[in-house]
Each structure stands twice: as C-alpha cells, then as structure tokens.
Design a protein around this ligand. Sequence first.
Ligand code: VGL
Ligand code: ZN
Length: 194
Amino acid sequence: MKVKLTPFDALIVVDVQRDFMPGGALPVPEGDKVVGPLNSYIELFSKKGLPVFFTRDWHPANHISFKGHGGIWPPHCVQDTEGAQFHPELIIPPDNKFIISKGTSRDFDAYSGFQGTILDSLLKERGVKRIFVGGVATDYCVKNTVLGGLNLGYFVLLLMDAIKGVDVNVGDSERAIEEMLKQGAVSLTFEEIT
Ligand code: VGL
Ligand code: ZN
C-alpha cells in the first residue's frame, strides 16, 4: 500500500535498547537489524517535521517482571544502566522527539508504550491520527503498543522491515503479526512511503 505522510502522523520506535540487542541481557535475535531501517524512518519523519517517540523499558532493579521477583525475564533495562541505553547507532533527532519510559514502578509491568505513560496525551495534543510503529520485540512490546494504539482509535501502520521478535515459542512473532493485522493494523515497508 502506498502511503503519503501527513501532518497527523507520528513515528513510534519501540525499545531499541542495548539489553534487547545481541549480547544484551534479554537479547532479541537479530534485534540490531532494526536500527538501519528505523534510522531511515527517523530521518524521514524528522526531515518532514513530524514527531518521533522513543519508548524505553525503564525498570527498577527489583522489578516484578524479573526472575526472583515474581517474573519470567532476566533482569533487563534497569534504570540508568548501560543496558537500558538506546542502541548507540540509533538516531535521536535534536528536536520534536519524545522519550517515553515504561515499566518504571516495581509492581507494574508495561509491554505497551501507552500503559502508565503520557504517550496518548502527547499524541492527542499534537492531533496525531496515524502512528507508524517499529522496534523490538515484535511479540511483546511492539505487539502491545500496536494493539494499545488501535484500542485508543489510532490508525496503526506496522513497519514490517523494522521489527524483530524474541520467539520464546517458535512462531510467536508470526502469530503476533497476524494478530495485529487482524485487529486492524496495516503493514508497511519504507519503499511504500511516497
Ligand atoms: C520487552 C520483555 C520484557 C519488550 C520488555 O520490549 O518487548 N520484552 N520487557
Ligand atoms: Zn521489560
């Protein structure tokens, strides 16, 4: 599908943090492959003056999602640690960008960038109607951010060339993509933007 960018569009880059990259605490296989494609989207949106939102997992050291604290994950993206930093090659535009921290309280986890954050109000304030979503992990935070956006009434484009999943079970990412498309998200690749 060909898509022309409008002033009501925003880019959402989900959790492109060191701990989710190969060698990190909770690595997404080939997670680093999203960086190049995402940078193309980031540069395009930025050049057009459109807002770019970066979500980040930002957990306290004793977060409930961690093994030993009631959760299933190895400790990851602990606030102010190196593992919580964005991938060093990810382009962070100097202006019209927003950093959205989630999962910041010990007793709550958030797979969606909308959960417990001001993302929805920032988008609404700016009149954003369509969100373009890419990042990691397809089967967790990308999926929940996309479904969250759909539930809040946004038109959601899923950036097929800029997502990677964890696949704890074989096929999780594929099923997540099916679910997002079934719920109304539309798949998009960079070449389809005119
Ligand atoms: C994520 C597992 C735990 C994600 C975050 O960003 O997809 N996955 N915390
Ligand atoms: Zn997490």
